[in-house]
Structures are given as C-alpha cells and as structure tokens.
Design a protein around this ligand. Structure first.
Ligand SMILES: [Zn+2]
Length: 128
C-alpha cells in the first residue's frame, strides 16, 4: 500500500517537471518567433526609406538626398551599421540591435534605423 502511494507521488513529480519543461520551451519558442517577426524600418530625413525583414540576412545601401552613404547589415536577426561616411561614426560604433524599439541613429546623415516587432503595430504613432 505504502509502496503504490510513493509511486503515485513520483509520477506526480515527473508530470510537474514535464509541464514546466513544456512551459519553458513554449516561452523560448514564442520569444524566437517574436524575434523572427520583426521589421527593420530605415528612415532618411524623417521619411520611411525602406522596410526590411529582420529574419532575412541582407546588406542594404542607404543613400540620402545629399549623397551621403550608410551601409546596413542584417545578419542572424541582428542589425549592424557596417559603414557610414559621416564624420562622427557614432552609428558604426553602435552595438548591433535586435530587440523591438532599439535604434541606430546617424545624426549627420539623418538616418534612423528602428526595429519594430509585428505584434505592436499600433505603437507607430511616433511617425512624424
Ligand atoms: Zn553616422
């Protein structure tokens, strides 16, 4: 009798552990999907210049009205400014961005790179 009770408790613990593991896996998966679904919005002179998928590896050349050039690289869900002909190089020295709301700004060239995750599309009231 006491034996079967112990077995029951053991199975219970296994069940709880399995549920926790599934829960954590689900959270990680959701996070990954969220990251994949992001959009990289490039603005030049305050206007939307290009919209890119965060999930697609690509290198994009950005040229503003004055002919200034920036090169943006999207790789493995991370966005990096790899080149700019601006005088301060703040944007090139900026760390790679990957999360919703993060930005890389090149003030001299008037270039703004923003990450928008797909599930908060109603927050774009910031558009000027
Ligand atoms: Zn710059």
């Amino acid at each position: 009798m006491g034996n079967s009770f112990e077995k029951f408790r053991k199975n219970d613990v296994y069940l709880i552990v399995i549920l926790i593991v599934i829960g954590i896996a689900g959270l990680i998966l959701m996070q990954a999907v969220k990251k994949q679904g992001g959009t990289v919005v490039v603005k030049v002179d305050g206007k939307v210049y290009k919209e890119l998928k965060l999930s697609e590896n690509q290198t994009v050349e950005i040229v503003n009205d004055k002919g200034n050039k920036n090169i943006l690289e999207i790789k493995d869900g991370k966005v990096d400014m790899t080149y700019a002909d601006c005088n301060n190089q703040v944007c090139v020295n900026h760390k790679k961005i990957m999360y919703n709301g993060e930005t890389i700004i090149c003030m001299p060239n008037d270039v703004i790179v923003e990450i928008h995750s797909d599930d908060d599309s109603n927050v774009d009231a910031v558009a000027r």
